[in-house]
Every structure is written in C-alpha cells, then in structure tokens.
Design a protein around this ligand. Structure first.
Ligand code: ZN
Ligand code: ZN
Length: 482
C-alpha cells in the first residue's frame, strides 16, 4: 500500500494554518474574546452566542489530517493520497465558504434562474436601524420580505399583467466593507414578470428611486409592528432630508451572459472577510504588544488598523445562527413554484439545462470539477499518470489515523508548527511603517524582519486554502447552504 500525503506531494496546495494570518489571529485571540466579551463588547454587539465557539472550534480543526481523512487512489497507477475533512462552516471558514460560493453560482444558474434577463438590486437601511437586526436576527428574514413585497408589486405593475409574477432571489448580507454590521439585501430579480403560461414580459426600464420610499415605509412599518421603534422615531426619521434608505438597481444582465450571472450569484453570498486583504501583526511584533489586524477596503484603497480582538468581535457578529438562511427564493423562483413546475414537467418551458433529478446527480458528480474551478487543481486526476482517482475509504478511527500519519511522518506536525518568519505583504508595508505599528517601527524595515530564506511565504494566496471533501453519496441541500 502506497500512501502519499497531499502535504508532501503537492497534489493540492494544502492549507498551512499556522502560516495563515487569519488562522493565527483566530487561534491566538478567540479565548480572550470570549472572556472579555461581556465587559467589552456586549453593549455594542449584544450577548455572546455559544454557537460562536462551536463554529470557531470547527474552523480551527478544518483540514486537519489528525481528525480524519478520505483516502484517494489512482485507478491506473495505484498511487494514493489523503484528503482531510473540512468544517463546512458558513461565513467564518474562508475556504469552506468559498467552495459553497462557487457551487451556489452554478446552482443558481442551472437550477433556478430562467433564460431571461435579470438585474441586481441592492436594498440598504439607515445606520440607526441596523442594531435591531444584530440583536434580533429573525428580523433579517422580515427585511427580506419587505423588499420582496415592494419589488414584486413594482415589477408586476411594469408588466401590465396583474396575474404575472417576477422571479426573485434575495441574499442577506450583514457586513460592510470593514466588517461593520450593515444588514442589506442583494437581490437578483428577473427583469420583468412571468405569465401563467411561462411567457415572460419584460419590464420598462426599472429604477431604484421609484421604490425607495415604499421600501422605507414597509421597513418602518415592520419594525414598529415588531415593537422595535415607535411612531415618534418614525416621524423623526421621516423629517430628515435623507432618511438613509437606499435602493439601487443595476444594468440588465442578459440570459446568455452565464459568467456575469454566476459572478453576481457568487458576489451576493460572498464571505464577510477576504484573506487577501488582511494582515495580522501578532502581539510580539506589535508596537504596543497588542495583536493587530490591518485590513484593506474592498471598494476603496483605504486601509485600517484594528486591535485583533476588536476585529474578531466584529467578525463574529456575522456568524449566522444555526439553521439561519441567507438566501430566499420568491415568486416564480420560490421553492413552491419550482417544485410545482418540476412535478408538472413544465419547468423546461423556458429552457433549463437539465431536468431535476438528473441534473442534481450530475451536479453532485461534478464536485471535482468545482474544486478545480476554485483551486485550479483536479483532485481526482492523478498527477503522475493522469489516471482517474477515486475515493476508496474514509479514515476516522484514531488508531488508524495515527498509524497512517506516523508512516507518512506527518504525525503531530501539521497544525502546530509555529511560523518561523514574519514578513509584511508589500501592499501594507507603507501603512504599517507610517503608523508605527511594529516594535522598533521605523528602524526595522521589512527586509531585515523577514527571516524567510526562500522568500515564497505566500499565506494570502487563495491556492493555499484547502479544498474540502464531500462524499459522493451525500445529496447537497442547496436551500440550506446559505
Ligand atoms: Zn496514476
Ligand atoms: Zn472549513
């Protein structure tokens, strides 16, 4: 039996957790975060949710071979390698989240959206109302409902047929550029409505401004009904010139623009953080001995420095509760409508790629292709002979895990090797030195700090994240994913 570790043989570029800024920041700070939460953060972010710790522990174990793996074997040359299990935690584990993001894009394109044009809409709410949604996450579903109601009426009226219905997918995003709590809705909506027979009536140039006031009124009404605000607050808000409600409507994306649609779908469910835009200064390197996160905005060139604890506190507010949905389907795209069309076999009236069962099977088999799309590797193609690789077993038994990892000289070393160098990514160098965020700050330049001889310390390279594994018998439940 010939084992190979993915670590040594590089079929994947495995995640090397301790070399990853994000992992280090989480590992070094999460216990303190829990300890100081009530004193330092409860006032701003509400009660500590015990669920947060489950997510963090799972993330810290994600991709750790010591906790079990699948054995993958080449059918032609018999070479084997090990594929560790992943945590599948939404929002918090960047690699697991990213995998779902790509899958969601394909799912939406092949299974939900019809071959008609779509538009992106974004619904946002004023700052002073945002905290209610943080303290009471059930309101996020109601916010989504408000947007659907308003948009549905609007698109219906533009079709001139009151029995027609639009297809709408709404994704809740709770984060702003720097992880501030900013609940808003990303919507992918048909650019018009479907009639009962499945024909599609295109909208007349829709505009966000048209429905801003109606959306505002729906949300205020909902929050009042929920007992969060009273008429006094509403009157006060309405007296401002700019109430802070905003509805944006994007350009039409045509049916044949598959890539744009998938990109948009991926965008609306993206993770709160980007590892490419962050850098962690551990306490021992920091000028005031407090761990720091340097983070670059997505849409701006702005860079901000945070105490690592503060940053982590912000981040955990975006962890969804157990079973909490991010994405909802309405109108022609609602689960009910889709189910009925499939049952009546009318779902291909506007052509979809494949019909229900078959496509899900095909889709499941495609996980290897999806991984390839995310990580630029094909996990089921032998790198020695290009043969077809197959998962032959799962190893979850502690003794067997230990035996195999010892044979491979991987036992006890994978996740706990301290990093042996500290090097600032070029994009943050100026900011960090200018703000004296390091010990000995300006005297210490990046060159003499980096102890890395080979100079290829690329922890923020997305190829360094580890693809996860899903058994081929496992039926993905797409609706539960986000
Ligand atoms: Zn082979
Ligand atoms: Zn994970």
């Amino acid at each position: 039996m010939l084992y190979e570790s993915s670590n040594n043989q590089g079929i994947y570029s495995p995640r090397e957790p301790r070399k990853n800024y994000y992992y280090r920041c989480v590992e070094e700070n999460f216990e303190v975060l829990e300890r100081v939460w009530d004193d330092r953060y409860q006032n701003t972010y509400g009660y500590w949710r015990t669920h947060i710790l489950d997510v963090i522990y799972d993330y810290l174990d994600c991709g750790n071979l010591h906790l079990g793996f699948a054995r993958v074997k080449c059918e032609d040359c018999n070479k084997e390698y090990l594929l560790p299990f992943s945590c599948k935690r939404r929002a918090f584990c960047p690699s697991c989240h990213q995998r779902r993001v790509v899958e969601f894009g394909e799912f939406l394109y092949t299974e939900v959206l019809k071959e008609v044009s779509h538009r992106q809409w974004v619904f946002s709410i004023p700052k002073r109302l945002r905290c209610y949604f943080m303290y009471d996450r059930k309101l996020l579903a109601k916010l989504s409902r408000c947007a659907w109601k308003v948009l549905c009426d609007y698109l219906k009226s533009s079709s001139g047929d009151k029995d027609s219905v639009p297809g709408v997918v709404i994704a809740v995003q709770t984060f702003g550029d720097f992880l501030n709590f900013n609940p808003h809705l990303h919507v992918i909506a048909t650019d018009g409505c479907f009639k009962g027979d499945g024909d599609f009536i295109k909208s007349v140039l829709p505009q966000g401004k048209d429905i801003e006031k109606v959306f505002q009124s729906e949300v205020l009404k909902m929050l009042k009904k929920e007992g969060k605000i009273n008429q006094f607050i509403i009157d006060n808000m309405l007296s401002w010139e700019n109430t802070g409600f905003n509805v944006y409507c994007g350009e039409a994306i045509y049916a044949e623009e598959q890539e744009s649609i998938e990109k948009l779908a991926q965008y609306v469910v993206r993770a709160p953080i980007s590892q490419e835009r962050m850098f962690y200064i551990p306490p021992e390197e920091s000028s005031n001995e407090v761990g720091k996160i340097i983070y670059k905005g997505k849409n701006s060139r702005e860079i901000q420095a945070f105490d690592a604890l503060d940053w982590l506190a912000r981040l955990v507010t975006h962890i969804p509760n157990k079973g909490e949905q991010f994405v909802r389907y309405y109108g022609y795209y609602s689960n009910k409508s889709r189910g009925q069309r499939k049952k009546a076999e009318t779902d291909d009236k506007v052509p979809v790629i494949v019909s229900s069962d078959l496509s899900k099977k095909a889709f499941r088999k495609n996980w290897a292709r999806l991984i390839q799309k995310v990580y630029n590797v094909d996990p089921l193609k032998c790198k020695y002979c290009n043969g077809k690789m197959r998962i032959i077993s799962f190893v979850e038994d502690e003794e067997t895990i230990e035996k195999i990892l010892k044979d491979l000289k991987l036992w006890g070393i994978q996740n706990h090797d301290p990093p042996n160098h500290f090097k600032i990514p070029q994009q943050f160098e100026h900011f960090i030195l200018a703000n004296s965020l390091l010990i000995g700050n300006n005297e210490k330049s990046n060159e003499n700090m980096g102890k890395n001889k080979d100079g290829n310390y690329e922890e923020h390279n997305s190829n360094n994240v580890f693809p996860d594994y899903e058994t081929c018998d496992e039926m993905p439940k797409y609706e539960d994913w986000f």
